[in-house]
Design a protein around this ligand. Structure first.
Ligand code: GLC
Ligand code: CA
Length: 562
């Protein structure tokens, strides 16, 4: 039997909504809360348990809501607090819970705290943020490079000091060393918990504790040094999260997931420890960052498709290492990642559906809480960027400015190809509901162009086709809900040397479940053999070939020895 402590959030499947791109209810081209409420029945049909909402708070939208100017009010473009209350009530009525994005590593520079903070060195809010004197030559305190290109420090002439921003200039970092900042954060969390929300996804929470010596490092070719290693998993991060846990989280029954940039499996065992003193689980990036460019100045901008052996090695390591020590999360897609069928699968018309189902199988039969990103369940794909004018994401635009325009380190054409492969706008094109104008997302002009493939790939078509990716996800979710082995079974890797097949087994008491998936578009020999003592739970092929897996074939079988 399983020794694992049971919890609703371990048994749940989460669906992430990026509100700006989900559904527009009033024709202004921007998705909104009422648009989400209108589609709750669709999500109930899919079978998900929880919605994670990307930020819906008031924001000047420098980074699409990840720059918050008021934590207690709703972004006007998305609706009102009444709209939110209705969404929450309507979701709960359908037994769907709601998890909010908590963005407290930084605020917007338009947040009243920062407006005050910047006024004078002795303003009571000065220490809410991280201010430093310039060097003797007037330069920034060190050469750290922000995650969105350029210096992580911004000079503010009014007081002659620099403030730290790990992301854009309009996202100043909060100073968690200041106990008042922590109290403010705990208060605003309480505010939302008292409304009855069901949890938090915590934005870059691994970055809240900075090395207070702010050490510089060797300069890369672009003239900047690495910031990441000095701000991720910092000296006091676990102390802060334990305080948050005592002060807020332990008073409610919440799902908590930390977005943990730079997290290692060793660190994750602390963040998501089974004693429950910090968070429920974390997102790591090892399987998505893995294919990044080895050239530090180019960072994530690459087009090299990751190899199965690489992705599998990482996912298997996390499965094995967390066992019994910490709970894991499972995801392919989110609003920062390219579409999985384009990245790890094959988005050509011939193989899109088969490979999307194969990838879903590989992920959803693993141990941990799975996350589905809007559109993934119908196999939405990356889009094509023909010019920088097609891009709206600040990460893409800043990278272009620095690498192509200013430093000429990469040709524009090459960077655009990288955007096609890994740019964040890929995930943010509007949800494709049907084959009418703008994919049924809006009656107006969408804020970001819809993917031109919407006449073929959309919810309406998926619902009308029993063989669609949608119904496959529905079945995977149902398996998790009905078979405890899918949630709690121990994970054991199989065929670890294969260049083509991802296979593993799950074990719970007398029960065994086997997953075999062909990661390639070729038929490959597969030594795993399921005789008729095994029952098939799901497959993306109706007919199998003994001893072989057909292109992108995936199959799950199980039996109980008891
Ligand atoms: C996280 C978010 C991303 C955002 C960044 C800064 O990584 O997922 O979208 O740009 O934090 O808040
Ligand atoms: Ca709208």
């Amino acid at each position: 039997m399983s020794y694992e402590k049971h919890a609703w959030w371990k048994e749940a499947v989460i669906y992430q909504i990026y509100p700006r791109s989900f559904a527009d209810s009033n024709g202004d081209g921007i998705g909104d809360l009422n648009g989400i409420t209108a589609h709750l029945d669709y999500l109930a049909k899919l079978g998900i348990d929880v919605i994670w909402l990307s930020p819906i708070y008031q924001s000047p939208n420098d980074d699409n809501g990840y720059d918050i100017s008021d934590y207690r009010s709703i972004m006007a473009e998305f609706g009102t607090m009444e709209d939110f209350d209705r969404l929450l009530a309507e979701a709960h009525r359908r037994h769907i819970r709601i998890v909010m994005d908590l963005v407290v590593n930084h605020t917007s520079d338009e947040h009243p705290w920062f407006i005050e903070s910047r006024k004078s060195k002795d303003n009571p809010y000065r220490d809410y943020y991280i201010w430093k004197e310039p060097t003797e030559t007037g330069a920034a305190p060190n050469h750290w490079e922000s995650c969105f290109s350029g210096s992580a420090w911004q000079y503010d002439a009014l007081t002659g000091q620099y403030y730290l921003h790990c992301f854009s200039r309009k996202q100043p970092d909060l100073n968690w060393e200041n106990p008042k900042v922590r109290e403010e954060v705990f208060d605003l969390m309480d505010f939302w918990c008292r409304k009855g929300i069901d949890g938090f996804r915590m934005d870059v929470i691994s970055m809240i504790s900075k090395d207070q010596s702010f050490p510089d490092g060797p300069l890369n070719a672009d003239g900047y040094s690495d910031m990441f290693s000095h701000v991720c998993n910092g000296p006091r991060v676990h102390e802060y999260l334990q305080e948050m846990n005592r002060r807020v989280l332990s008073n409610y029954d919440l799902l908590t997931v930390g977005e943990a940039a730079g997290v290692t499996v060793e660190e994750a065992k602390k963040y998501a420890n089974s004693e429950g003193t910090e968070l429920g689980m974390v997102f790591h990036f090892e399987h998505t960052d893995g294919a990044a460019n080895s050239e530090p100045v180019l960072g994530k901008w690459t087009c090299t498709p990751p190899k199965l052996s690489y992705v599998r090695k990482i996912l298997n390591k996390w499965q094995l290492e967390l066992e019994g020590k910490a709970w894991g999360s499972l995801y392919w897609d989110n609003h920062d990642q390219p579409r999985v069928v384009s990245r790890f699968g094959n988005d050509s018309p011939k193989w899109r559906v088969k490979s999307a189902k194969m990838l879903a199988t590989v992920l959803h039969m693993q141990k941990g809480t799975p996350y589905i990103y809007q559109g993934e369940e119908i196999g939405m794909t990356n889009r094509h960027f023909s010019s920088i004018d097609d891009c709206v994401d600040i990460e893409e635009k800043n990278a272009w400015q620095q690498l192509v325009v200013e430093q000429k380190l990469i040709a524009g054409e090459t960077l655009l190809k990288c955007f096609d492969c890994v740019g964040r706008d890929n995930a943010r094109t509007p949800m494709q509901w049907d084959d009418t104008a703008n994919a049924g997302f809006t009656d107006g002009e969408p804020w970001l162009a819809v993917n031109p493939n919407y006449p073929a790939i959309n919810v309406k078509a998926a619902l009308a086709d029993k063989q669609s990716v949608f119904y496959y996800y529905q079945r995977l979710i149902e398996l998790r809900h009905t078979l405890p082995i899918v949630v709690y079974g121990r994970f054991e890797p199989l065929l670890e040397d294969s260049e083509e097949i991802y296979a593993y087994r799950r074990i719970l008491g007398e029960q065994v479940l086997i997953v075999e998936a062909n990661w390639t578009g070729r038929e490959v020999a597969c030594p795993l053999f399921a005789d008729n003592s095994w029952e098939e739970l799901i497959s993306n092929y109706e007919v199998h070939k003994a001893g072989f897996l057909q292109p992108y074939e995936a199959r799950v079988v199980w039996k109980s020895r008891g």
